[in-house]
Design a protein around this ligand. Structure first.
Ligand code: HH2
Length: 276
């Protein structure tokens, strides 16, 4: 299991086609692995490999294309010697990832799609060997429609109730709580105001006694606060948000900018320990 005595950094590895090159699959995989190596050198504790974008309005990826993108990169990442998470909601990708050495399944649907719960339980509770960790994220509606006027009576209590129900489902199936991770799903069916309140009241989720993941990196809420249009220009705001998340109980920070987050976390740790 992951040691969670300090906040861990999860580095994002996207395996997406490069529209500027015609090198095809090999180049796409090579680029993702170079990125993964860089993130590990910068101090990533975990890598999160994903083939399908979940940006608002993004199109679903066919199964074979997702397997073709994710598996070679997953195998390369496992060889780097860090735990690897796979960001997927498809049961077939979950099974293939577990066989290829993944340590965590990260599902933006919290294993609610058809067949996903069964695949997740097989991965978490194998007949032999260690089980995979499972990350359950909250999302209102689906990526195509989630940002069309998201609404809640009370975002914090609704997200907390959803996550508590998912934790209970896995606990009832026998998955130990140390193997579960919960995530309020910043930006997934939430306005800027919803995201700010979730971040301010993150402790509510930490009190569910399951490790908490926060993914705010480069998201549009950071752009709305800082005025930075381009995701790659949102590093400073993202690091600030990650530090607030860590102070409010997040145990895993899902980020694109590992070196900057690592340095900021060192300051946070030094302040709480009273020495560098
Ligand atoms: N955010 C994205 C994808 N997966 N998983 C978890 N658990 N939490 C998140 O906040 C989260 C996630 C955002 O995905 P996308 O918009 O495709 O961009 P990127 O993967 O570059 O972050």
């Amino acid at each position: 299991m992951l040691a969670l005595n300090r906040p861990l950094i999860m580095g994002v590895v996207n395996v997406t086609p490069d529209s500027f090159s015609d090198g095809g699959h090999f180049l796409e995989c090579k680029k993702a692995l170079e990125r993964a190596r860089q993130l590990v050198d910068e101090g990533a504790d975990i890598l999160d490999v994903g083939g399908e974008s979940s940006r608002p309005g993004a199109q679903p990826l066919p199964l074979n294309e997702e397997l073709r993108r994710v598996l070679p990169v997953l195998e390369g990442c496992v060889r780097l010697g860090v735990p690897v998470s796979v960001d997927t909601y498809k049961p077939e990708v979950m099974r293939a990832s577990a066989s290829a050495g993944a340590s965590m399944l990260n599902d933006i649907w919290a294993f609610r799609r058809e067949g996903a719960l069964k695949a997740a339980l097989e991965a978490a509770l194998p007949a032999s060997g260690p089980g995979l960790a499972l990350c359950c994220m909250h999302m209102q509606r689906d990526p195509a429609t989630m940002q069309d006027d998201p609404a809640y009576a009370d975002v914090v209590s609704e997200v907390a109730a959803f996550l508590a129900a998912r934790v209970k489902c896995f606990a009832d199936a026998g998955v130990p709580s140390e193997q579960l991770v919960i995530d309020p799903g910043f930006g997934f069916g939430k306005t800027v105001t919803h995201n700010l309140r979730l971040l301010r009241e993150l402790r509510t989720f930490a009190s569910l006694d399951v490790p908490l993941l926060a993914g705010l990196s480069r998201k549009s809420t950071i752009g709305a606060i800082t005025g930075r249009e381009r995701p790659q220009d949102r590093v400073i705001g993202s690091v600030a948000a990650a530090m607030i998340a860590a102070q409010n109980g997040a145990k895993i920070l899902r980020v694109h900018d590992v070196a900057a987050t690592r340095e900021a976390l060192a300051v946070l740790a030094a302040v709480s320990q009273g020495s560098p």
